[in-house]
Design a protein around this ligand. Structure first.
Ligand SMILES: NC(=O)c1ccc[n+]([C@@H]2O[C@H](COP(=O)([O-])OP(=O)(O)OC[C@H]3O[C@@H](n4cnc5c(N)ncnc54)[C@H](OP(=O)(O)O)[C@@H]3O)[C@@H](O)[C@H]2O)c1
Length: 265
C-alpha cells in the first residue's frame, strides 16, 4: 500500500541545487504539489523534472529571495492557489573568503531572504490554523571559529528566529522546525572543506530524509550528524578560552591535511 503523503502543498526555496533539490525529490509523490524557488531557471527545471517523474505536480518560480516585493507578490499568489501545508526556507549562500560585499550578500540572502519568504506566508497559515514551517540554519549557529563570520551569524539568526517563531505560532496550529545540519555534500561546500572532511560529510539525500522525518513530527530542532551535533553543543557550553584553543588546533590540522592531499592529488 502506498503511504499517504504527510505534506501535499509544499514550497521550497533554494530548490535548484543541493539540499533544496534533495528535499523536493524526497517530498515528491503522486498527489503532492511542489512550488520550487531559485534563481537559476535551468537548474530549477532539472529539479522539477525529477520531481515530476516521481508523480508530483511542480511549479517553478525564478526569484531572488532578497527581493522583498517580488517574493511577496509571487508567494501570496502561489499560496492563494495552493494553500501551503509546508514551507521550507532553505535558500542560502556561503562564501569561504568573506569580503564586505559577500558579507552583505550573505545577510541579504540568509537573513532577509528568510524573512521575505516567511512574512507573506505566516498570516495566511495563521488564518488557516494549520501548516508546518522549516527553517534551514546550520550547526555553525551554535559555535564557530574560523568559519565565515557573516555566514555563521546569519545561521545563528535563523536558529533563534525559528525558535521564537515556534513559540509564537504553537497555539495557532502551526509547527516550526529549525534545521541545523553539519556539512552536507552539496555545491556549497568548498574543495578545502571537502578534502578535510572526506567521509564525515553527509549526502544530500540522507540529509533530506532526516529533515522530512523531523518536519513530519514537528520536531523543534533537527540536528545531524549526531557526533558533530554533540561536539558543537559541548563547544557552545564550555568556556570560550578553552574551546578557542581546541577549535584552532582542529583548523590547523585540517589545513595541513588539505595541503598534503592537494600536493599528492
Ligand atoms: N552544505 C552544507 O554543508 C550546509 C550545512 C548547513 C546548512 N546548510 C544550508 O543549507 C541550505 C542549502 O544549501 P546547499 O548546501 O544545498 O547549497 P547549494 O547547493 O549552493 O544551494 C543553495 C540554494 O539556494 C539558492 N539561492 C541562493 N541564493 C538565492 C537567492 N538570493 N534567491 C533564491 N535562491 C537562492 C540556490 O539557487 P540559485 O543559485 O538558483 O539561486 C540554491 O538552490 C543553505 O541555507 C545552507 O546555508 C548547508
Amino acid at each position: 500500500m502506498t503511504e499517504t503523503p504527510a505534506f501535499r502543498r509544499v514550497l521550497i526555496t533554494g530548490a535548484s541545487s543541493g539540499l533544496g533539490a534533495a528535499l523536493g525529490m524526497e517530498l515528491a509523490a503522486p498527489g503532492v504539489s511542489l512550488v520550487l524557488v531559485g534563481r537559476n531557471s535551468k537548474r530549477l527545471d532539472a529539479t522539477a523534472q525529477t520531481c515530476r517523474a516521481r508523480g508530483a505536480d511542480v511549479e517553478t518560480c525564478v526569484l531572488d529571495v532578497a527581493d522583498a516585493a517580488a517574493v511577496a507578490d509571487a508567494l501570496e499568489d502561489a499560496d492563494a492557489r495552493q494553500g501551503f501545508d509546508l514551507v521550507i526556507a532553505n535558500a542560502g549562500v556561503a562564501f569561504g573568503r568573506e569580503t564586505p560585499e559577500t558579507a552583505r550578500l550573505t545577510v541579504e540572502t540568509n537573513v532577509i531572504g528568510v524573512l521575505n519568504t516567511l512574512i507573506p506566508i505566516e498570516p495566511r497559515m495563521v488564518a488557516r490554523g494549520s501548516g508546518q514551517i522549516g527553517l534551514v540554519s546550520s550547526l555553525a549557529a551554535f559555535r564557530v571559529l574560523g568559519g565565515p563570520p557573516a555566514y555563521s551569524a546569519s545561521k545563528a539568526w535563523v536558529r533563534i528566529y525559528g525558535e521564537a517563531l515556534r513559540g509564537r505560532l504553537a497555539r495557532k496550529g502551526i509547527g516550526v522546525t529549525v534545521i541545523c545540519p553539519g556539512f552536507i555534500d552539496t555545491p556549497m561546500v568548498d574543495d578545502h572543506t571537502r578534502i578535510a572532511l572526506g567521509r564525515q560529510m553527509i549526502g544530500a539525500k540522507e540529509a533530506a530524509k532526516k529533515i522530512v522525518a523531523g518536519l513530519k513530527q514537528n520536531a523543534p530542532r533537527v540536528t545531524f550528524p549526531r557526533g558533530a551535533a554533540m561536539r558543537v553543543w559541548w563547544l557552545s557550553v564550555l568556556p570560550v578560552w578553552y574551546t578557542d584553543r581546541k577549535i584552532r588546533r582542529k583548523y590547523r590540522a585540517a589545513a595541513v591535511k588539505w595541503r598534503g592531499d592537494s600536493n599528492t592529488a
